[in-house]
Design a protein around this ligand. Structure first.
Ligand code: AMP
Length: 421
């Protein structure tokens, strides 16, 4: 029978890779919590409407990439393609605006998009997501980007660039949109079919188009940043001022539009040239009208998401995983009786919170020692017929290469006294 394979673009994380994930997750959680973010866990599936209404009907995500299916009552559901919409929904649904301490939230978890899989692009991928609700000060925008810089620094990642732009507010965008539509209209014959079709619904998206011919056209296009209204221009200036004070270098990229409709004012991306076709490691921005559009209070919002797979690919190119110290105890046994006693000892150690490993099948002492070494045990406790009779075990310190006898019924205390790690 043919063995069943995982779904294309949905990956297992094997034990050898898992420490990278834990390292990234731990670093992210600790930094986010240092900055006052609270964890908010959201469901994997939501009503399709939530994403269609927030991300935008004419975006790549909603048009082509969502995993959408009817449930048993024929309601359309979607596997979340990103977290912001759900975070906003949860904030509204649970009336969190009533709690002045609940302003910053984070979430780590898988997202789903039906894209063509390749290196750094998968159908199930993982994001670190952070959102701030109810604050429109440019200080918040700068603080988020500063936090991103610290995050990358703590991970030891260099060679990534922060790009920022302002997409203005709906008022400045409306005027600009008309200019851009006219510009595209005059060059229709040079645009790809997608851009030609989207010129009515979402002309800004042409800045993101990968088609070479569109790239050429867009190089001459009018820029939104040149026509933002004075309050938006001032907001953007202040963001840049704070970033400078926080010594967080950035490049202004007036062509960066991001792939989701809800962004206004500050948008940003962390980019790299080391991931082949995929250059974005993370990105985010303001979405001041989104909460109102989803039926909640009219509160501003800003957030970002970092892709963990891309982050880990970069980290693996650049740095070694922080060394983990030898840890835990391996119980080696010789003979059936000793195996029974060792089995009890192992459970007792685990109950006391000591990381313990033991094999169920009897093997030679040599092969057990090899396993203990490979596993990285700090101590090996050896139990045979003689030891059983004398009520003692042989205690081997793997790093020091020393051996001594220890009373069987004091093993837990001795381990405690010497420190588990
Ligand atoms: P977005 O929500 O599209 O701005 O994506 C934010 C980040 O998520 C990107 O910068 C990537 O690091 C990551 N990401 C988005 N789509 C994928 C994907 N299909 N596979 C892997 N990572 C992704």
């Amino acid at each position: 029978m043919e063995a069943i394979q995982a779904i294309k673009g949905m990956n297992d994380v094997l034990p050898a890779q898992a420490p990278w994930w834990r390292h990234v997750e731990r670093t992210a959680r600790s930094l986010l919590e240092d900055f006052g973010y609270l964890e908010l866990r959201i469901p994997v599936v939501e009503y399709t409407d939530l994403f269609a209404r927030s991300i935008g009907e004419s975006t790549d995500i909603v048009e082509k990439e969502m995993y959408t299916f009817p449930d048993r009552k024929d309601r359309l559901l979607t596997l979340r393609p990103e977290a912001t919409a759900s975070m906003v929904r949860a904030f509204i649904q649970h009336n969190l605006q009533g709690d002045p301490l609940a302003r910053k939230f984070y979430f780590l978890g898988p997202m789903f998009r039906h894209e063509r899989p390749q290196k750094g692009r998968y159908r199930q991928f993982h994001q670190i997501d952070a959102e701030v609700f109810g604050e429109d000060s440019p200080r918040v925008d700068a603080e988020i980007m500063y936090m991103l810089r610290l995050f990358l620094e703590r991970l030891g990642l260099s060679g990534v660039v922060l790009r920022i732009n302002s997409l203005g507010c709906p008022q400045c965008r409306r005027l600009y949109r008309r200019d851009l539509q006219e510009f595209l209209e005059a060059r229709l014959d040079r645009l790809c079919p997608d851009c030609a079709r989207r010129r009515h619904t979402n002309p800004l998206r042409s800045f993101d188009c990968k088609a070479e011919r569109c790239g050429e056209v867009m190089r001459e296009a009018p820029l939104l940043l040149d026509s933002v209204c004075p309050p938006c221009a001032e907001h953007f200036q202040r963001v840049q001022g704070h970033l400078k004070e926080l010594e967080t270098p950035c490049e202004v990229d007036p062509c960066m539009v991001r792939g989701l409709d809800y962004y206004v004012r500050t948008t940003f991306e962390i980019v790299t040239d080391r991931l082949g076709a995929q250059d974005a490691v993370g990105g985010g921005g303001r979405y001041d009208g989104l909460m109102r559009d989803l039926g909640g209070p009219d509160l501003p919002g800003i957030g970002f998401a970092i892709g963990m797979e891309r982050l880990i690919l970069l980290l693996q190119q650049e740095s070694a995983l922080p060394e983990t110290e030898a840890d835990g105890v391996y119980v080696a046994v010789l003979g059936e009786k000793a195996a029974d006693r060792g089995f009890l000892l192992a459970q007792q150690l685990r109950k006391s919170g000591i990381r313990t490993r033991m094999d169920y099948e009897s093997r030679s002492l040599k092969s057990q020692m090899r396993r203990a070494d490979k596993w990285g045990a700090r101590y090996v406790l050896i139990l045979g017929e003689n030891e059983l009779a004398s009520g003692e075990i042989q205690w081997r310190d793997m790093a020091r290469k020393t051996q001594e006898m220890v009373k069987l019924d004091t093993v837990t205390e001795v381990l405690r006294a010497r420190g588990r790690r």
